[in-house]
Ligand binder design. Sequence first.
Ligand code: ZN
Length: 284
Amino acid sequence: MKLLRHGPKGSEKPGVLDDEGDIRDLSGVIGDIDARFLGSEAFEEVLELDLSGLPLVGASPRLGVPVSSIGKFVCVGLNYADHAKESGMELPNEPILFMKATSAVSGPFDDVLLPKYSEKVDWEVELGVVIGREARYVSLESALDHVAGYCVVNDVSERKFQLESGGQWVKGKSCDTFGPIGPYLVTRDEVTDSSCLPLWLELNGKRVQDGNTRTMVFDVPYLVHYISHYMSLQPGDIISTGTPPGVGFAMTPPTFLKEGDIMRLGIDGLGEQQQRVVPCPAGT
Ligand code: ZN
């Protein structure tokens, strides 16, 4: 099932995509797609719903982040063998973890803002994992039982803030709008194998990232198992699992986002996003 949230920013309603590709409203059935819903029996009940009985939402509404009030946004660095190589970095022995501020979360078609003083804003298409059940010290074998589903994430990054400004990567990852998520939360039953998903990103119509989750160093079950030994994962938390090759800073010459650029990105079976790059509004 493809769960989504539709409507103006800040007042999105829950919805679902039906087999014809039409959006059906879920607000008569559940309050929102959030931690409470994902961790409850209502989630299993929604999976059994007859969608034809739900009201149609017309007129192509804006789509928001498919999960409301995300608690944690945990990211994995250098998790693709071919991306680590293009970055000139050693393959990690253990997953590299960093956090992205949840205030960076943004709708899948919302504009991406160039932060003040930014020079090196870059793109990263990634497979996002949405937690559905609390995970603490989970075994590798049971790790997927804690996953509600998957989504597309653009881990937008400012490389100067990330790599040249000292300290942790968090500074280059957390600017407002640096975390487009969606358009759907695709439930786990629709993704038979998260280890062979093509994922790609186009900049102004030119394909720059063209990868496959099969070159991940650490797969989804291992990441959930591993991360749950350092922090509890809660329903509604997102894990962004790293990016394949083709990012701007590894190009010759390095290429970064500028005003007016269009990013389009997607993962087979999980849908597509598109963002326009705009300057940070004056006074903010
Ligand atoms: Zn990333």
